[in-house]
Write a protein that binds this ligand. Structure first.
Ligand code: NAD
Length: 250
């Protein structure tokens, strides 16, 4: 049997074809899961899901809005019957320095990355609890661990560090319900979030600092998502998996 046969997976921020979410949705589907892609209206999640195949669905959902998360989870339960996997992937970043961060900047970045992870988890956990199984995977960032990645500002580092703490606390709280919660901390992965934003003069120095000598691809993260979503990792909870080419060995 396939690793995720009969499983239903939600992927937030999963509609961008070049993103980590869509690559993960595609790999979850390849391993047998039916996938619900959630994303903002302008990202057209229904079209993204249709590309994966007719058994998958796309739903417009804004993770910063609790009612939107609850409605989406309800729709997934109605149409796909259960929720086994939640990938909290939706995220935004801003390349701003500490003294320039406005309240609006802070709210925007914290709301999508951290509040969104909380709200979507709150929406998915009740049905996982009822079925006594679930796997939640949260996308943090190397930026949380080293205090700044390459592009994100301090508020992004803070939001992604918040995701690590939230995920570990949820892992502790829901272990007894057989719900596992784990994080992935990607390094530099080529997606739309950083496309064209890495200055050419910095590129060589960045590559020099990565032992594996290259920038990552979305599928490098997707592979870890499948591992953490499936029973391959059934004794792992509260862990953080670095997918960074060795950029941060600690
Ligand atoms: P991306 O911009 O392609 O994907 C982000 C997705 O989130 C988009 O589809 C966007 O529409 C969606 N989104 C934004 N706001 C939303 C909201 N309020 N509700 C629902 N969806 C929303 O970028 P990506 O690189 O694929 O990023 C995916 C995740 O990986 C993010 O959390 C990002 O912070 C994280 N990350 C990326 C890298 C990298 O190098 N690419 C490194 C570390 C962490």
């Amino acid at each position: 049997p396939l690793l995720l046969q009969d499983k239903v997976a939600i992927v937030t921020g999963g509609a961008g074809r070049n993103g980590l979410g869509y690559a993960s949705a595609r790999m979850l589907a390849a391993h047998g899961a039916r996938v619900a892609i959630l994303d903002l209206e302008q990202a057209d999640p229904a079209a993204a899901a249709a590309e994966l195949g007719p058994q998958h669905i796309g739903l417009v959902a804004d993770v910063t809005d609790k009612a939107s998360c609850v409605a989406a989870a309800g729709e997934v339960l109605k149409r796909l019957g259960r929720i086994d996997v939640l990938l909290n992937n939706a995220g935004i970043t801003q390349p701003i320095k500490t003294l320039d961060i406005t309240g609006a900047n802070y709210d925007a970045v914290l709301d999508v990355n951290l509040r969104g992870t909380l709200y979507m988890s709150q929406a998915a956990i009740p049905s996982m609890r009822e079925q006594k199984s679930g796997a939640i995977v949260c996308i943090s960032s190397v930026s949380a661990q080293r205090g700044g990645g390459i592009l994100g500002g301090p508020h992004y580092s803070a939001a992604k560090a918040g995701v690590l703490g939230l995920a570990k606390a949820m892992a502790r709280e829901f272990g007894g319900d057989n719900i596992r919660v784990n994080c992935i901390t990607p390094g530099l992965i080529a997606t739309d979030i950083n496309k064209g934003k890495i200055p050419e003069d910095k590129r060589a120095a960045i590559l020099d600092s990565i032992p594996l000598g290259c920038i990552g691809e979305p599928n490098d993260v997707a592979g870890c998502v499948v591992f953490l979503a499936s029973d391959l990792s059934k004794y792992c909870t509260g862990i953080t998996v670095d997918v960074n080419g060795g950029m941060l060995i600690h």
